[in-house]
Design a protein around this ligand. Structure first.
Ligand SMILES: Nc1ncnc2c1ncn2[C@@H]1O[C@H](COP(=O)(O)OP(=O)(O)OP(=O)(O)O)[C@@H](O)[C@H]1O
Length: 733
């Protein structure tokens, strides 16, 4: 017998959506947008929030450490080459490996830290390895060892880069983040200016050979490593996610609910989740487009060296002037950045991208500078304005992803910007062969202006995307609360699902739930979106927004294969069998998720043959040559074999004789009685309503009815619509 729904499960999805909507304003305020604009200074906010300076200081120490050893490796490469008799070819082969490492390591590290917050450990191990590597390089005697060290260095640098921003963001409250990120970037700029100076002093003033420089650098990186040694991972979403969870728990006066179990995503699933964020997609494309111009700096340095006859000293001064102006502008304007972000993330991106465009124009104008003074002014002003968008972008991108996926963002961004840099190197190389450098610089600056425009557009969606992360946290916590209070969660719960095929949206805010062991009818006119909803549940399609949960666990972005293993089976209308395969091979394919246990598979196949002797008689016949009814029996065998938690059936009875339909429905009842919840999409209203106590009615991608089947049976207006579409379908056949 179909179990009774627990009140108010009939509107479970709806009530959850109401709860999520109710908590959204509080969630926004916690996430640092909305509410009264916080005008306090950084120190005052950190004191009031009891946030410590140390994580920032430690991360700064690690940044200096990274810069120092990176600079030593970069500058001294030719000397190492000479010492071992290796030429540029050796290093260019290494570069290829380095690029592979730069792409692969971040993804692996992001996955590694997704399950447990161990980002501080990753960053400290990286820094420790740097010290050892730098010292090891000084003492090494073989070419192979040099190569291995350079590659290991690349891997640890990539690992550190993956977790750095996420660690910083999670260490500070949202209302201080633009300032904190800006301060760290400014510190990095200082170190960036100081590192070459140090290498210069060690080689030119102290006259150390490359081994000596590496030893001194190793000692310094070790000191910075020790400074950072107390760094601990603050935990995912320490200042946002955790606080929202806390707020949800206390909102109904039941503190101390069990922890919310997160769904761990594979790398591909995590990428899918990230790419589902509209503003993130735009940010990533903007990153790729703007990276096209990244080789410009090198060309410019050559250009103004020739044009104004600048020597190394003058070039360093130019760099120093640019750095100092950039630093001052970052530090003075970052407070404003925090305020604007709080008022409206969209404005923050409009302003920062607007300033970037002005900065780009000034930077490109360098090539027309009549003298060195104008060159310095243009370079400094350009760099200062374009530099402002960095922290805005970091805070924006980190705020729109769920906290455990923040390290993945760095990994994906690296992928995109590498594509842009490669394209830019090829493009600029080609352009400078055929046209003058000033024209080439102006041409290559155009993509950066376009990228700023794309960023501006991305900013429009940031607030909405932050809402989605808040909603997910509220929902997960609310469900954990409910479970903690003894309530059994629905086996399937869809909340506010939007789905589109390309630009055409077909589902709009669908709330849909199915209890354990329940049979539910999903009805509606043709094209209402019933099959699409089933596809979203089984993982054949990914919704643009909203969530899908199996037994409380978020499965919105999981692979279909994983969902099948978790207990969701689907019998798609019209093409449920592999027509080219024999009956028994079809059953073997269905049994894929049972694993490698041959005996288990064989006994599952026997169960199917016992239930449908007609299939047993035709075990070696091609499934495509079975009758329509036999094909549906074969399809239903999947549920008999796998005993899923939920069976999604799309149009079981379509085009079949009543007697065959009767047999199939008997089997559906049997499967349901054995504990499998069934969602029945049926063209025959009578069939569906006679089987299911609970019914949903869809129209144009929206749920129009959610309640007892008897009530729907009495709703003539809705049923007439289905009936008419049924007639139309029959007519079309
Ligand atoms: N792969 C696809 N690409 C583009 N549009 C699609 C795709 N599949 C379905 N659609 C469109 O999505 C809308 C919903 O289709 P869906 O099959 O989910 O409806 P349905 O309620 O199951 O209809 P029916 O009862 O006729 O099967 C329809 O307008 C359909 O044309």
């Amino acid at each position: 017998m179909t179990p009774h729904r627990q009140p108010p499960a009939e509107t479970f999805g709806k009530s959850l959506e109401d709860m999520v909507a109710r908590m959204r304003p509080a969630g926004r305020e916690i996430a640092g947008i909305g509410g009264d604009v916080d005008r306090r200074g950084l120190r005052a906010v950190l004191r009031a929030e009891n946030a410590k300076w140390y994580p920032g200081v430690a991360l700064f120490a690690l940044e200096i450490s990274g810069l120092l050893h990176g600079e030593a490796f970069g500058v001294l490469q030719p000397d190492i080459g000479r010492a071992f008799g290796i030429g540029p070819r050796f290093f260019s082969v290494l570069t290829v490996f380095s690029q592979v490492i730069a792409l692969v390591v971040p993804l692996g590290v992001a996955r590694l830290v997704q399950n447990r917050a161990r980002r501080a450990m990753v960053t400290l191990i990286s820094a420790g390895v740097w010290s050892v590597l730098t010292a090891g390089t000084a003492l090494t005697a073989t070419v192979g060892a040099v190569g291995a060290m350079l590659l290991l260095d690349e891997a640890t640098t990539a690992a550190n880069g993956t977790v750095g921003d996420a660690l910083l963001i999670d260490s500070y409250p949202p209302r201080t983040r633009v300032r904190v990120v800006s301060a760290l970037r400014a510190g990095g700029m200082v170190a960036g200016l100081g590192a070459p100076g140090l290498v210069f002093v060690l080689t030119e003033v102290a006259h150390l050979n490359w081994r000596g420089v590496f030893l001194v650098t190793a000692a310094l990186t070790a000191v910075f490593f020790l400074v950072a040694l107390g760094l601990r991972d603050p935990g995912y979403g320490r200042w946002d996610t955790a606080r929202i969870q806390q707020r949800v728990r206390t909102s109904d006066g039941r503190p101390g609910a069990p922890a919310v179990a997160a769904t761990h995503l594979s790398i591909l699933e995590a990428l899918r989740r990230i790419m589902a964020i509209r503003s993130m997609r735009l940010f990533l494309w903007a990153g790729l487009i703007s990276a096209i111009a990244s080789p410009v700096g090198t060309y410019l340095a050559f250009y103004y060296t020739d044009r104004f006859n600048l020597d190394a000293g003058a070039r360093s001064l130019l760099q120093l002037a640019t750095g100092v102006v950039g630093l001052v502008s970052l530090l003075t304007l970052s407070k404003l950045g925090d305020r604007i972000f709080q008022r409206s993330p969209r404005h923050m991106f409009t302003i920062s991208a607007g300033l970037t465009i002005v900065g780009l124009v000034l930077s490109a104008a360098q090539v027309f500078a009549p003298n060195v003074t104008v060159l310095v002014v243009l370079a400094a002003a350009g760099a200062a304005l374009t530099g402002l968008s960095g922290p805005a972008q970091t805070v924006g991108t980190m705020s729109i992803v769920p906290a455990p996926l923040r390290p993945h963002v760095g990994a994906v961004a690296a992928l995109f910007s590498l594509g842009g840099t490669t394209a830019g190197t090829i493009l600029l190389g080609g352009l400078t062969e055929t046209i003058s450098l000033p024209t080439a610089v102006v041409i290559v600056s155009v993509p950066s202006v376009i990228a700023a425009g794309v960023t501006m557009r991305a900013g429009r969606f940031v607030a909405g995307d932050i809402d989605r992360t808040i909603d997910e946290v509220v929902e997960a916590t609310a469900l954990a609360e409910l479970r903690g209070s003894g309530r059994r969660l629905p086996v399937i719960n869809c909340r506010s699902v939007d789905f589109a095929y390309g630009p055409v949206q077909v589902l709009f805010g669908v709330d849909f739930s199915v209890d354990h062991g329940e049979m539910v009818a999903l009805l509606g006119v043709n094209g209402a979106g019933k099959s699409t909803l089933l596809r979203a549940i089984s993982g054949l399609g990914i919704p643009q927004s909203g969530s899908i949960r199996l037994d409380g666990q978020d499965i919105t972005f999981l692979d279909a294969e994983r969902r099948a293993a978790m207990g969701i089976s689907q019998i798609p209308g019209g093409h449920a069998v592999f027509k080219e395969l024999s009956v028994v091979d079809n059953l073997r394919c269905y049994g894929y998720s049972l694993g490698r246990d041959r005996r288990r598979l064989d006994s599952a196949i026997d169960i199917a043959f016992d239930a449908f002797p007609r299939l047993a008689e035709r075990r070696n016949q091609h499934a495509g040559t079975l009758s329509g009814g036999e094909q549906q029996m074969l399809a239903l065998s999947k549920a008999l074999m796998l005993r899923p938690k939920v069976l999604l059936i799309d149009e079981l009875s379509l085009g079949l004789a009543p007697i065959v339909v009767g047999q199939l429905l008997d089997m559906v009842r049997r499967i349901n009685r054995a504990g499998t919840a069934v969602v029945l999409v049926e063209q025959s209203v009578n069939v569906a309503l006679s089987l299911a106590r609970h019914a949903y009615f869809m129209e144009r991608g929206r749920i129009r009815f959610d309640g007892p089947s008897d009530e729907l049976r009495r709703d003539e207006t809705l049923l007439r619509a289905v009936f008419l579409s049924e007639v139309a379908k029959e007519g079309a056949r």
